[in-house]
Design a protein around this ligand. Structure first.
Ligand code: IFM
Length: 448
């Protein structure tokens, strides 16, 4: 399975997130985050798993960086734990927390790997949640403060930043439906948490530039939305879902406007949007991070029964991952071509900041992990990405989720997304077959 050739300078990498891999939750002055609280609340996470130890990356990062160097990637996307830097969400910075990321950044640069930190991957300091979390407008300003102290320390070496990871997932799972921390089930009343995340993003862009950032992105989870039938009801429901999942976070940033949500009875000028906010939110960025996993099939729903104006339908006739997610590589081409059609010149260059699959892989009798399904998945999705580029979409890099099997949020340690197996008893890392395949693919890409 030989990949098509990508342009010189195309970036290849892996992505991770702090709470999912670091562990060491009580070390060096780190404060509690909403995920510590949530995971330690009975019944919230499968098997009672927590991120207390995770992959112990906090201590084993040199081994992990060595694995990345051996893999041959040029970019590593990780997240910085806000509660390590500002343990109570505001007040003085925790120097030991900054020291950790300082060492990691130096370790990456020594190996020729570009650090690409995300400033928020869902681990809000619990102290800020106690004041309302993202429902409170003030959190946006606390985020910009935290970004400033972090960039002041790392900005001489870190030139590329991601502000937020998947604000739609944090909004919907965390604040609307309650399946993730902080566990609020506010349904449409959660919308201020969307706006305040967007405001945090916009406020942070000039802060990062002031500390030397050359490239600023946001990572949005995007899905091509398909209607379950051609009926006017299903098509209208699919449009509403598209507005929520994709446009709620892309439109304000790229166009400076919110999608029209009046079809579900929501006001177009809600009180939480203050004059001038959309100008801040639409401050120019240098790239859009796209996290793609699968398309979504939508039918009309009886809102009175479910509380939602759309119904999720299964995509039939396709392979699924261990998570049960449909594997639809051409959905990535469809998504990227669709983004280009929707935003035109307003669309900055794209980096795929996440794409990958969970597989139920166990070591074979030979001790190796033959995760053929992941190799098939990666090959097909990277090829689909190449097709989108051939169709004129400007894509600059591909980062797979994830380097290591890790803490998969409410699923605990049950879903394995890594190129490298983590034994959660011994914390031993074992590169899987997909790691070796990706390594050979990168050698082939870089042969000239
Ligand atoms: O593990 C998550 C990640 O934190 C955010 N994007 C999706 C991944 C797989 O569910």
């Amino acid at each position: 399975m030989v990949l098509p050739q990508f342009p010189a300078g195309f970036r290849w990498g892996v992505s991770t997130a702090a709470y999912q891999i670091e562990g060491a939750v009580h070390e060096d002055g780190r404060g509690p985050s909403i995920w510590d609280t949530f995971a330690h609340t009975e019944g919230r996470v499968k098997n009672g798993d927590t991120g207390d130890v995770a992959c112990d990356h906090y201590h084993r990062w040199p081994e992990d960086v060595a694995l990345m160097a051996e893999l041959g990637i040029d970019t590593y996307r990780f997240s910085i734990a806000w509660p390590r830097i500002r343990p109570t969400g505001s007040g003085p910075a925790n120097v030991a927390g900054l020291d950790f990321y300082d060492r990691l950044v130096d370790g990456l640069l020594e190996r020729g790997i570009r650090p690409l930190p995300t400033l928020f991957h869902w681990d809000l300091p619990q102290a800020l949640q106690d004041l309302g979390g993202w429902m409170n407008r003030e959190t946006a300003f606390r985020f910009a403060d935290y970004a400033a102290v972090t960039a002041a320390r790392l900005g001489d070496r870190v030139k590329s930043w991601i502000t937020l990871n998947e604000p739609i997932v944090h909004l919907s799972y965390g604040y609307a439906f309650g399946m993730h921390a902080p566990g609020e089930a506010l349904m449409f009343d959660a919308l201020p948490a969307a706006h305040h995340q967007l405001l945090a993003h916009g406020l942070t862009v000039p802060v990062l530039r002031a500390y030397g950032a050359e490239e600023i992105l946001i990572s949005n989870n995007c899905t091509p939305v398909r209607a379950a039938s051609e009926s006017a009801e299903d098509v209208a429901a699919a449009e509403i879902y598209d507005a929520f999942h994709n446009r709620l976070f892309n439109d304000p940033i790229l166009l400076g406007t919110y999608p029209d949500l009046s079809a579900v009875g929501l006001p177009n000028n809600p009180v939480h949007v203050k004059p001038g906010d959309l100008d801040i939110i639409s401050t120019r960025i240098d790239g859009l991070g796209v996290n793609y996993y699968n398309p979504t099939l939508i039918a009309a729903a009886d809102a009175a029964a479910t509380g939602l104006p759309f119904d999720f339908r299964e995509i039939e006739g396709v392979v699924t991952t261990a998570f049960g997610w449909p594997v639809v590589p051409e959905g990535l081409t469809e998504l990227l071509v669709g983004l280009k059609a929707r935003y035109g010149d307003a669309l900055p260059p794209i980096t795929i900041t996440e794409n990958g699959c969970s597989t139920a892989d166990e070591p074979g009798v030979d001790g190796a992990i033959h995760d053929v399904a992941r190799i098939d998945y990666l090959y097909a999705h990277i090829s689909a990405l190449h097709e989108a580029m051939a169709a004129g979409v400007d894509v600059r890099g591909y980062l797979t989720w994830s380097l290591l099997d890790n803490f998969e949020w409410a699923e605990g340690y049950d879903q394995r997304f890594g190129l490298v197996r983590t034994d959660f008893e011994t914390l031993k890392r074992t590169p899987k077959d997909s790691y070796h395949w990706f390594q050979s693919a990168l050698i082939a890409q870089n042969k000239d």
